[in-house]
Write a protein that binds this ligand. Structure first.
Ligand code: GAR
Length: 218
């Protein structure tokens, strides 16, 4: 059984989607812990309610990023994870931390990387007049919102979209995309060569419906 540890900052809806898929699809994996750097993060209550170990490591209690990341690594390693899943974890990680978990640290970002790394992705997509938006699951490297792309989910940008409506449509595809990608990892179904991630059976590494009448991924 592969062991999964989540890092969250708040709502934790992506974490919840993965936890549910892991149980209902009977993955060869167990969710070992959910760790937040924000006390009271909503996702912690969801995890505790499912009997999953939770921990809070308040970043404000640490002198600097290195000290926090060292303590975080200790908390993670106590659960001996095979995969560390960043699920809305809104902190910049030190290169040492990223190196420690190289190849088993994954993130989801609400844009079609490499466009729009960083914050306010939906606003930036609307301002740029993009006709497509989406989310990306990727292996984490030292560069923010960067690294080998495991899977992407795509949604149309509709006329008169607002940031909120677009975010909602992208989040719906995130909730299907991230479980799919993490499942591939726990099944050892991926290979990385020259920075390109491929599924061993050639499974399509993207999701979404571009049917504008539906207005949401289907
Ligand atoms: C998600 O939309 C995720 O893609 C984004 O934060 C949200 C977390 O929601 N992550 C990033 O922006 C990382 N750069 P959740 O807590 O409900 O999963």
């Amino acid at each position: 059984m592969k062991r999964i540890v989540f890092l969250i900052s708040g709502r934790g809806s992506n974490m919840a989607a993965i936890v549910r898929a892991c149980a209902s699809e009977r993955w060869p994996a167990t969710v070992a812990a959910v760790i937040s750097h924000r006390p009271g993060a909503a996702g912690l209550a969801f995890a505790a309610g499912r009997g999953i170990a939770t921990a809070t490591l308040d970043h404000r209690a640490f002198a600097d990023r290195e000290a926090f990341d060292a303590a975080l690594a200790q908390a993670i390693d106590a659960h001996a994870p095979d995969v560390v899943v960043l699920a809305g974890f809104m902190r910049i990680l030190t290169p040492g931390f990223v190196q420690r978990y190289a190849g088993r640290l994954v993130n989801i970002h609400p844009s079609l990387l490499p466009v729009f790394p960083g914050l306010h992705t939906h606003r930036r997509a609307l301002e740029a007049g993009c006709k497509l938006a989406g989310a990306t699951v990727h292996f984490v490297t030292a560069e923010l919102d960067h690294g080998p792309i495991i899977a992407q989910g795509v949604v149309p940008v509709l006329p008169h979209d607002t940031e909120e409506r677009l975010a909602e449509r992208v989040l719906a595809v995130e909730h299907r995309l991230y479980p799919l990608a993490v499942r591939w990892i726990v099944e050892d179904a991926l290979s990385v060569a020259g920075g390109v991630v491929l599924h061993r059976d050639g499974a399509a590494q993207w999701l979404g419906s571009l049917d504008q009448s539906a207005g949401s991924p289907g």
